[in-house]
Write a protein that binds this ligand. Structure first.
Ligand SMILES: [Zn+2]
Ligand SMILES: [Zn+2]
Length: 907
């Protein structure tokens, strides 16, 4: 006996309760020792959101897709494990807490490293779970017992192990290199963390006097004149004839006074500028390379905050841009500033704080990447990892084949501190898993740990192993590695995806397979497939951004439409490789869909009540072997067969939009619009057996549809499923039942053909009635003609359906082709009605005149707008397009209305 449902569907009333129930019952927890796990599991890692994060639409899409897949695999009989967690997000979190300190009138430096880290942990305890709590509210079916944080003890231990092993293998080194330096964050940042922006700057041309040749100069051009304080040479191309006479000469560096050589280097391009290039190895990557080739010194002229330092000039202590202004006016005063030209070029900004990055020489830790990249390329080339959409494999290869050594050190305090200790006695470095007591080289106890921490991606790159206990060889690691799938955005393809592949294929060879055999590349990969999802844009396809003010907050939109409707919107719009233009109207539409499901359940439950009152109980019926049922029942079961088959295929290929549209079309277009309307005929419960079978089929189909819908709309389906089984559901949750398969439902081609014929016929009769303006309630006979006996018998056998759905009073079969005014020709059958319209001509004239007037006005308006240049320039493209389409329709409508009016004019 179903539980009575409230009249109105109210997502807020049901969603919180079910989300809490799933958590409380630990429904989605998994165990590696279970039989299911042994049979092969479906496993995924959640791309860990930053601990500073709040849920945005990108997460919402990512999590909707992952949850649909996890629920689908789980319902398909596999153990489905989705591991949640958060990333400590070095720079982002440190910035957040630093800002907090500033507002309290203190600073990180004032607090000191230890106290500061305590503060970050406090911050993490207090605010760090915000995004996970939002996920819990969304009811995502992750295994919360496995929730991790990248700074947890176990995961930190994996980070240390990975660093030490790479060091032992000679794959980690320390060296002075040019890095991207953020003077605000005061740390090195990776190439990927630098955003480039076109900048309208200046190109300054400066003269450097030739030593020993009064009045002779070499002119160089630069966009960063302050770096000249660190110049150690000027390079010219050996083939540049203009400078032949200067080979071997020296120049005097203005303002500093240092003598610097002219060096010959192919890097200097005779075609560009003056062909002479100043060389500042400590502040430019190309100059660094020239410096190496010519054995030049490296003179750093800026400190961590990009203030000039150590030059012995009056500019020491000035910020880089103050120094620039002063240096330029000094050069000008000495007549050495030849020209200032407008020059637009790309500047690099720190992705976090948008400060202009300063290329700068500094001592960093690096991973020698080539040996790792080689295996990571092979893993994809040999098909052990598949990208979807496949074009991302190409992007991956391009990047991996041009990869540079990975700078893994960051000058931050928040993060995994590098396990290396510097000895003040001998100057050597001791790298160790456990904190050493003395220097491994000279035995001195005067050792101090490296101040730098590791790049955040170093720890997240290890996650597919470390969340399962690596470096220990745990049962979890045996059961769940490699994971099945990674669902992620394009933006972290290199940051994260590539690094997981490199680190996984490097380290997992050492872990033998569950049966003790050696692991090969195929099983060393961190995941078998990568699905790259789209971006969520606003309804006008604009990228969401705070500055544009078009950011949609998923929590807000969920509050208005319910989680199920938002999930369904994202799924229905997620076609592979296409960005989603998220629209509230669509969400409103899917909220109406949920409402439709709710009302269908209410209708169904009412029928069960009525049956019970008539002494008829409902039974479970085998829909896989259905014979001898009314045509609409055999048709809907056959449709369910196809829907289930196609839906399983669509989900196995990540075609979420197709899957969502299939189930939507089935439920609304077929189940509600046709089947429910037809089945009403049968549910009279006064004739015993036949009503009972129809009801059993109805319940069976509805229950199957709920299970089909469940991965997309977990809340409403859980609510209705429990209501249907009130008091005794066959499982704790619909999420733990079986996902419908095609074979569960009898396919019946004849019933499908027959029902489609009836649908077409009903459609045609409805149109004819409308055209002839037959009053709604008046039943009419229809005349049919067909050459096919099967067609005729289908129609005559289902007169009750025609009567119910098209007010057909009687079906008259004509042997001769039909004649008369109201005929429709369908492929297999012709149909007509006879109806003499009784028209009030005066009224009709008035109606048509008004219509003509309205259309004429609309035509004039549209013409005015389409000829207005400034309107066309300003109006959104959508509006203009709509206007043009309508303008094209109007002449036809005008003509039809005019001739209709002429026809009644004289009557
Ligand atoms: Zn920064
Ligand atoms: Zn030592």
């Amino acid at each position: 006996m179903p539980r009575e449902l409230p009249k109105a569907y109210d997502p807020t009333r049901i969603e919180d309760d079910w989300a809490e129930y799933w958590l409380r019952e630990k429904l989605f927890d998994t165990h590696s020792a279970s039989d299911e796990a042994q049979r092969g599991a479906f496993t995924m890692l959640l791309p860990p959101p930053n601990v500073t994060g709040r849920l945005h639409m990108g997460h919402m899409l990512n999590q909707t897709e992952m949850d649909i897949l996890t629920r689908w695999h789980r319902m398909s009989g596999q153990l489905a494990l989705w591991v949640p967690g958060t990333d400590h997000a070095g720079i982002a979190t440190q910035m957040m807490v630093e800002r907090q300190l500033v507002s309290e009138g203190t600073s990180r430096q004032e607090l000191g490293r230890e106290k500061f880290i305590e503060r970050v942990w406090e911050w993490k305890q207090q605010y760090g779970d915000a995004i996970l709590n939002q996920m819990k509210r969304l009811g995502v079916s992750v295994d919360w017992s496995r929730e991790y944080f990248t700074m947890d003890e176990g995961l930190s231990c994996a980070v240390r192990e990975a660093f030490v092993r790479l060091h032992e293998q000679g794959l980690i080194y320390r060296g002075a290199y040019i890095v991207n330096w953020c003077p605000r964050c005061q740390t090195a940042i990776s190439d990927l963390e630098v955003v480039h922006e076109e900048h309208a700057g200046k190109l300054f041309e400066i003269r450097y006097p030739v030593v020993g040749a009064e009045g002779e100069f070499v002119t160089i051009a630069t966009t960063r004149p302050e770096t000249m304080l660190g110049d150690v040479a000027v390079a010219v191309n050996p083939n540049d004839l203009r400078y032949k006479s200067l080979h071997g000469k020296r120049l005097r560096l203005p303002l500093v006074g240092r003598e610097i050589p002219i060096v010959l280097d192919d890097y200097a391009n005779p075609e560009f500028g003056t062909g002479a290039v100043k060389v500042t190895p400590a502040h430019d990557p190309n100059d660094f390379a020239i410096g190496q080739r010519h054995n030049l010194p490296q003179i750093s002229v800026m400190d961590d905050t990009a203030r000039i330092t150590g030059t012995g000039t009056e500019y020491d202590g000035l910020d880089r841009y103050e120094a620039r202004t002063k240096i330029l006016s000094a050069l000008e005063a000495q007549g050495l500033l030849v020209a200032v030209k407008d020059h637009s070029y790309a500047v690099g900004l720190c992705d976090r704080c948008k400060t202009i990055v300063e290329p700068r020489l500094s001592l960093q830790w690096f991973v020698k990447i080539a040996p790792l990249a080689e295996k990571a390329i092979a893993a994809v080339e040999e098909g052990h990892i598949r990208f979807s959409p496949p074009q991302y494999a190409k992007t991956y290869f391009e990047w991996m084949r041009n990869i540079h050594d990975w700078c893994i050190s960051r000058q931050l305090w928040w993060g995994h501190r590098i396990p290396a200790w510097h000895c003040s006695g001998c100057g050597e470095i001791t790298v160790a898993r456990e904190t050493p007591e003395k220097c491994a080289h000279c035995g001195s106890v005067e050792i101090a740990q490296e101040k730098d921490v590791l790049d955040t991606w170093f720890s997240s790159g290890l996650l597919p192993m470390s969340v399962f206990g690596w470096p220990e060889q745990t049962p979890d690691l045996s059961a769940f590695y490699p994971t099945s799938l990674l669902v992620t955005g394009f933006d972290i393809l290199f940051f994260w995806v590539a690094r997981m592949i490199m680190l996984g294929t490097h380290f997992m060879f050492d872990v033998s397979m569950p049966d003790g055999s050696a692991r090969t590349l195929k099983d060393a990969v961190p995941f078998r497939e990568v699905y790259i999802h789209a971006l969520v844009r606003d309804a006008d396809r604009q990228k969401m951004s705070k500055t544009k003010g078009n950011v949609i907050d998923p929590i807000d939109i969920i509050g208005r439409f319910g989680t199920d409707a938002v999930r369904f919107t994202l799924a229905a719009m997620a076609s592979p490789g296409t960005d989603i233009a998220f629209s509230e109207q669509r969400t409103e539409g899917y909220r109406a869909f949920a409402n439709k499901i709710w009302n269908a359940a209410r209708f169904l439950f009412l029928q069960i009540e009525n049956a019970k009152a008539a002494g008829i109980a409902t039974h479970t019926i085998d829909l896989a072997a259905l014979t001898d049922a009314p045509i609409e029942a055999r048709w809907i079961v056959s449709r369910l067969h196809h829907t289930a088959t196609d839906l399983n295929t669509a989900l196995s290929e990540y075609r979420f939009h197709e899957a969502a549209n299939l189930v939507y079309q089935f439920f609304w277009g077929e189940f509600c619009d046709w089947y429910l309307e037809s089945v009403k005929l049968r549910l009279r419960f006064d004739d015993g057996q036949s009503s009972s079978v129809s009801l059993d089929i109805l319940v069976g189909v509805f229950e199957g549809a709920l299970r089909l819908l469940s991965p997309f709309m977990p809340f409403i389906t859980e609510e209705l499923w429990h209501a249907l089984y009130d008091g005794g559901p066959p499982a704790k949750s619909i999420a733990l039942t079986r996902f419908p398969q095609g074979a569960d439902y009898a396919r019946d081609d004849a019933a499908e053909r027959g029902f489609v014929l009836l649908q077409d016929l009903i459609g045609a009769v409805r149109e004819l009635r409308k055209q002839a303006a037959v009053p709604e309630k008046e039943a009419l006979p229809i005349f049919i003609h067909s050459e096919s006996p099967e067609t005729l018998s289908t129609v005559t056998a289902n007169q009750d359906l025609l009567a119910k759905l098209a007010r057909v009073a009687e079906v008259r079969v004509e042997n001769a082709p039909l004649r008369g005014a109201h005929i429709r020709n369908l492929p297999a059958i012709d149909v007509s009605i006879e109806y003499e319209r009784k028209i009030d001509f005066a009224l009709e004239r008035e109606r048509l005149s008004k219509e003509l007037e309205r259309l004429t006005k609309e035509w004039d308006n549209s013409q005015r707008q389409l000829q207005n240049e400034s309107f066309l320039a300003k109006a959104p493209a959508k509006v203009v397009e709509g206007l043009k389409t309508r303008a094209a329709e109007l002449p036809g409508l005008l003509e039809k209305t005019q001739s209709a009016l002429s026809a009644v004019e004289d009557r």
